[in-house]
Design a protein around this ligand. Structure first.
Ligand SMILES: C[S@@+](CC[C@H](N)C(=O)[O-])C[C@H]1O[C@@H](n2cnc3c(N)ncnc32)[C@H](O)[C@@H]1O
Length: 213
C-alpha cells in the first residue's frame, strides 16, 4: 500500500478527472467544507491534498497526515495556507500528531483499512479527538465499469484490486467497499454516536461523533 501510493503520487490526481464522477465531486466539494466548518481538524491519509484544498479555507486549523513524503510534497504545493500543517505519519499511530482535535476527516482511506484493523483504526482515531468530535469518512462505492474490478478476496473477506501504473508496474491493492449496515455496525459497538450515512452514485460518506463518555 505505502510503496504503491509513493510510486503513484505523480499520477494520483488522474482519479479526480474521471468524467462520470465529476457531478458527484462538485457536490461533495460543496458539502464537505460545510460539514467541517471552523474545526481544529485532523486529516488522515491526506495524499496529494485534493480534499485539504477545500477544507483549508474553512477549518480553523488542519494537521494533515500521510505516510508518503511524495504525496505530501504535492499537497504542500497545492495548499499554501499557514493554518495547515502536513506531516509524515501513520494512520494507526495518530497520537504523534498533537491531539486533541475537534474533528477528523479521512478521504478514500477507510477502504484500504483491512477488515481486521477497522476497529483498531477507529479506536486510535477517537483517542486523539475530543469527546463529541465529528468524524467524516468519504470513500468509493463500487461501480461496475468505473471502479477497478475486484481481482480476489482473502479468507477474512478483504477484497483486492490489481492496479497498473504508467511505468507498467502492477500492484495488488486492498480495497474494501463497506455497506451502510457494516459501517453502522462498526460504530454501533461503542465506537461512535449519532452515525449517519450518505451516498452519491460513485461515493459514500459516513459521519459519527466520538462518544462523550
Ligand atoms: C487513496 S489515497 C487517498 C488520498 C487522499 N485522502 C485523497 O482522498 O485524495 C490513500 C493514501 O493513504 C496513504 N497511506 C497509506 N498507508 C498509510 C498509513 N499507514 N498511514 C497514513 N497514510 C497512509 C497513501 O500514501 C495515500 O496517500
Amino acid at each position: 500500500m505505502q510503496s504503491y501510493y509513493a510510486a503513484r503520487a505523480g499520477e494520483y490526481d488522474a482519479v479526480y478527472e474521471k468524467p462520470e464522477r465529476q457531478a458527484d465531486l462538485r457536490q461533495i466539494e460543496q458539502w464537505l467544507p460545510s460539514a467541517l466548518y471552523g474545526e481544529r481538524l485532523l486529516e488522515v491519509a491526506c495524499g496529494t491534498g485534493y480534499w485539504t484544498q477545500f477544507l483549508a479555507p474553512v477549518a480553523s486549523s488542519i494537521v494533515a497526515v500521510d505516510s508518503s513524503a511524495e504525496t505530501l510534497r504535492i499537497a504542500r504545493q497545492r495548499v499554501p495556507q499557514s493554518t495547515v500543517l502536513f506531516e509524515v505519519g501513520d494512520a494507526y499511530a495518530l497520537e504523534h500528531h498533537g491531539g486533541l482535535f475537534s474533528a477528523a476527516f479521512a478521504g478514500f482511506w477507510f477502504s484500504h483499512v483491512p477488515l481486521e484493523r477497522q476497529r483498531e483504526f477507529l479506536r486510535g482515531l477517537n483517542e486523539v479527538l475530543e469527546p463529541g468530535a465529528k468524524v467524516v469518512l468519504l470513500d468509493n462505492r463500487f461501480v461496475e465499469g468505473s471502479s477497478s474490478a475486484i481481482a480476489e478476496s482473502d479468507a477474512t473477506g478483504n477484497t483486492y484490486q490489481s492496479r497498473k501504473l504508467i511505468d507498467g508496474s502492477t500492484h495488488r491493492v486492498l480495497k474494501n467497499f463497506p455497506s451502510e449496515a457494516q459501517l453502522l455496525a462498526l460504530t454501533g459497538g461503542g465506537l461512535g454516536q449519532a452515525a449517519a450515512y450518505a451516498s452519491w452514485p460513485f461515493f459514500w460518506a459516513f459521519e459519527y461523533r466520538v462518544p462523550e463518555a
